[in-house]
Design a protein around this ligand. Sequence first.
Ligand code: ATP
Ligand code: MG
Length: 418
Amino acid sequence: MGNCFAASSKVDATLPSTSGASRSISKTTTPAVTNDSSSWKNSNGSHLPSPRSESEILSSSHLKAFSFNELKNATRNFRPDSLLGEGGFGYVFKGWINEHTLSAAKPGSGMTIAVKKLKPEGFQGHKEWLTELNYLGQLRHPNLVKLIGYCLDGDSRLLVYEFMPKGSLENHLFRRGPTQLSWTIRIKVAIDAARGLSFLHNADNQVIYRDLKAANILLDAEFNAKLSDFGLAKAGPTGDRTHVSTQVMGTHGYAAPEYVATGRLTAKSDVYSFGVVLLELLTGRRVVDESKVVVEQHLVDWALPYLCDKRKLFRIMDTKLEGQYPQKAAFAAATIISKCLNTEFKSRPQMSEVVASLEELQSSKFAFKNTPSERQTGYDHIHKSPLNQHRNQHRSPLNLTPSASPLRSKHQSPYRRG
Ligand SMILES: Nc1ncnc2c1ncn2[C@@H]1O[C@H](COP(=O)(O)OP(=O)(O)OP(=O)(O)O)[C@@H](O)[C@H]1O
Ligand SMILES: [Mg+2]
């Protein structure tokens, strides 16, 4: 059973909230990536010795070490019109490289890449940059974004990823206007993200992702979803230990209440965050939204009572779906959400169980059939919308420039805990 009536998002009344979800950054510093697991699975499923020092991480064999000038050329000198988005730790630019030599290519030719350029903000940024290199440099899975290389040149720190043409789930889910995210696509995105997490949790040396949120789920041209941003990832507990004690890091609203309260991190913290993302997918609402009336500002508190009531669930479903979802499947998804959001973390399902439950939603048992409108497939909606045919995904209002992005307030006012 889930916990449909628990007020599980009231995790820390002392934390000031901002519009949207804000990143929690601890001021306390810890050594870079030293406590991580002793061996790693690479793309072939074999084991690699754990990189423990910066030089070992950087010499990781299959990552390309780019010079700053190469990336400058690849992104046309980080031109503003190459900007894909802004995060808390830097700007992301579109660029092009030769797919064989990985050297800078003419815009529009070769392989498209996304280049994240960190703001020069000291140790925390460097630590997350290195953690990302450590994990993404070695883990390969269809639902994890591919890291191609990095640049460490003087004070400059950059990361080079495969380009994800449809940008982040956040931009699709919360932008104004019609959506491309049909019910079918939403379930597919949820399955992909769940598979990515399940892979991390079930690795020989468990990895806890710690930063699952709509902004960190990136979409390719076919809406395949991949997890990005491994800067906060952490090795799971080993031996008899049940949890990892650590600074509370993550994003307000998505972080599990017991983790925020105690600093005790388990894979079930990721399961909670997944429940929040699935709830966002169903409702089309942000986990924290101060533009709403007070009772609706905290999505989890507001939505939980509806998740267990078949007759009332429609009240919280995203109106942009225009009722085009199978009711039985929506209720099954709501049940998964309430299980993931259980305040008793041990009672939350494993991510592998979540994957299996979500996959069932794609079966004929849960197909569109309740009403005539349900019979329409989710994908029909994409082709019908003239707006969808012409929209340039990466020039959406949420993504245009750093100064135009409503996400900015999030990045400018992270709550900090000492
Ligand atoms: N590989 C990529 N391909 C295409 N676009 C990308 C890629 N990586 C990031 N982006 C774009 O850049 C934006 C900023 O990403 P970034 O990871 O820096 O920040 P964030 O996840 O929004 O927030 P934060 O990192 O502060 O938690 C994303 O929302 C997305 O639109
Ligand atoms: Mg991100």
